[in-house]
Design a protein around this ligand. Structure first.
Ligand SMILES: [Zn+2]
Ligand SMILES: [Zn+2]
Length: 220
């Protein structure tokens, strides 16, 4: 697997390029303000982008979608429950004093777990509401093997969790999502969050203060 990432101020949101080393087929995840860097990485590795996959539709995760769509002419995938955020991305940007190019309409909604495919790799889609209604975890691995790379958006961070005070956010939903959707993907699964460094499910389950607090007050 070819895995590259980039982040740019002010949000330092991670955008990812994930490619197949054999076929050079690739996807781009959450193109934001760092989109030009991602395009450079695609060119460096001589990849062909087959899809733009969004973990969710907050403005920092979609501000580069229009540019990516123009450059790669690949379909944009989104969870239906985040469409209200996607269509409001320009005005959400203005709340932060940012002027973003309006993202073009989503081409496809995730319907069911997939898999979506690029080259020798499969992407399984897990609905992970809580930070926002239409958040997803994109689980990627070589076809036939368990996917051990998780692109979780803003659901889970190294040592923290996603905020739940934005429209459609819910704390209990987020904690249930992490413990019932992400935990079963395995302690060894690598977590690539929307902001900050990578971690693993096991490390977070054992050390994340929010998850420890939740475990202490939940019977299971
Ligand atoms: Zn977010
Ligand atoms: Zn974010």
């Amino acid at each position: 697997m070819i895995l590259q990432s980039a982040a740019a101020p002010p949000f330092l949101k991670n955008g990812f390029v994930v490619g197949c080393e054999e076929t050079r087929a690739a996807i781009i995840i959450d193109p934001g303000d760092e989109v030009e860097e991602l395009i450079g990485l695609v060119d460096d590795h001589q990849l062909t982008i087959e899809a733009v996959l969004l973990t969710h539709a907050h403005v920092d995760h979609v501000s580069g979608v229009a540019r990516a769509r123009r450059r790669f002419n690949a379909p944009i995938w989104l969870h239906r429950d985040d469409l209200f955020l996607y269509t409001e991305a320009v005005s959400h940007g203005l709340l932060f004093g940012l002027r973003i190019e309006p993202p073009p309409p989503a081409d496809r909604f995730y319907d069911g777990p997939g898999p979506l495919a690029f080259g020798e790799y499969d992407v399984f889609v897990h609905h992970t509401p809580g930070h926002c209604p239409g958040g997803v975890c994109l689980q990627i691995g070589r076809r036939g093997a368990p996917g051990l790379d998780l692109f979780v958006g803003d659901t889970l961070f190294a040592g923290s969790i996603g905020r739940t005070d934005l429209p459609g956010g819910n704390y209990d939903t987020l904690m249930r999502t992490i413990t019932t959707v992400l935990y079963p993907l395995g302690d060894e699964a690598r977590v690539h969050p929307g902001h900050g460094p990578d971690t693993t499910i096991g490390h977070e389950r054992r050390t994340n203060p929010f998850l420890l607090e939740w475990a202490a007050r939940s019977p299971i």
